[in-house]
Design a protein around this ligand. Structure first.
Ligand code: ADP
Length: 280
């Protein structure tokens, strides 16, 4: 689903200072897009507007057919949230069922799915997040951190949303779980054609997966572009409290110091192969 953000401003009740001072964005369908910025830069605040958990103080967000703005009193939030799934920063804190099966059934029951469809969807999402069916009768609170995150993601995917909003999805994940998340996001994009919006400060992870990046600073979009255009701007990113991915900093340094253009690679192994080619 296509998304257009126009001049969105926001301040928290009782706070004079605007957290968002006029944000414009355009997100193409089927792309993975990141909102990057240091802690406190407003990423979560902005992300929560895409499913109308917060409304802009002024400006508007068009998400497919839904217009999110203060003025639109006819917004069908139930339908919007059916199509837009939000994975919050600490989703584990929101489990309230005694079994994994119940946790996954709840959203479907809310939208009146029948039992057969519920079973089918549950099997499907468990496979997507790589949890086997032995988990169905476990208590969500007894799962490991990585498993909890998988369950939280499964409970968002269960409704098959067109747009996925992920808030700091890598926080607390170990290397293996990060790898599975990467694989899942690639699958959601390529096979399921989802549009995915990720708020994160974790550029090491983000650069491996995103098509387009917006960098937030002082309530505004300070930089935007494809990941190569944005992440090579080390100095500008530094001003935003954001680090360039190591692999891109390395390529930049080799270019500046040795005049060798080795290009940009998502995976370190590919970069090493390129370097071998130059050395030979
Ligand atoms: P990020 O996700 O980039 O860390 P947030 O959107 O969470 O940033 O927060 C942006 C700013 O808004 C921060 O300065 C934060 O302290 C402030 N803020 C967040 N939530 C609230 C709230 N409920 N009330 C007042 N200020 C808030």
């Amino acid at each position: 689903m296509e998304i257009k953000v126009e001049n969105v401003k926001y301040s928290y009740r009782g706070c004079k200072e605007e957290i968002l001072k006029g944000i414009d964005m355009e997100i193409e369908e089927g792309k993975i897009v990141a909102i990057v910025g240091k802690s406190g830069s407003g990423k979560t605040t902005l992300l929560e507007m895409f499913n109308a958990l917060r409304l802009p103080k002024s400006g508007q967000i068009q998400v497919g057919d839904f217009l999110i703005s203060r003025e639109n009193k006819h917004l069908d939030t139930e339908q919007l949230r059916f199509q837009v799934g939000l994975l919050s920063e600490f989703p584990e804190e929101q489990f309230f069922s005694l079994t994994v099966k119940e946790e996954l059934s709840l959203p479907l029951r809310f939208y009146n799915y029948n039992e057969q469809k519920i079973e089918e969807r549950i099997r499907n999402v468990l496979q997507m997040v790589e949890l086997d069916e032995s988990y169905l009768h476990k208590n969500p609170l007894t799962l490991s951190n990585g498993e909890k995150r998988k369950l939280a993601l499964a409970s968002i995917l269960i409704l098959n949303p067109s747009l996925l909003l992920l808030d700091e999805p890598t926080i607390g994940l170990d290397y293996e779980n990060e790898k599975s998340l990467l694989k899942l996001l690639r699958l959601l994009k390529s096979r399921y054609k989802k549009t995915i919006l990720i708020a994160s400060h974790d550029t090491e992870f983000i650069h491996k997966i995103v098509d387009f990046v917006y960098v937030l600073k002082d309530g505004k979009i300070y930089l935007k572009g494809n990941k190569y255009e944005v992440f090579k701007e080390e100095e500008k990113l530094k001003k935003c409290g954001v680090k360039s991915p190591k692999i891109i900093s390395f390529s930049n340094r080799v270019w500046k110091q040795k005049g060798i253009k080795i290009g940009y690679r998502d995976e370190i192994n590919d970069l090493i192969k390129d370097i071998y080619r130059y050395v030979r």
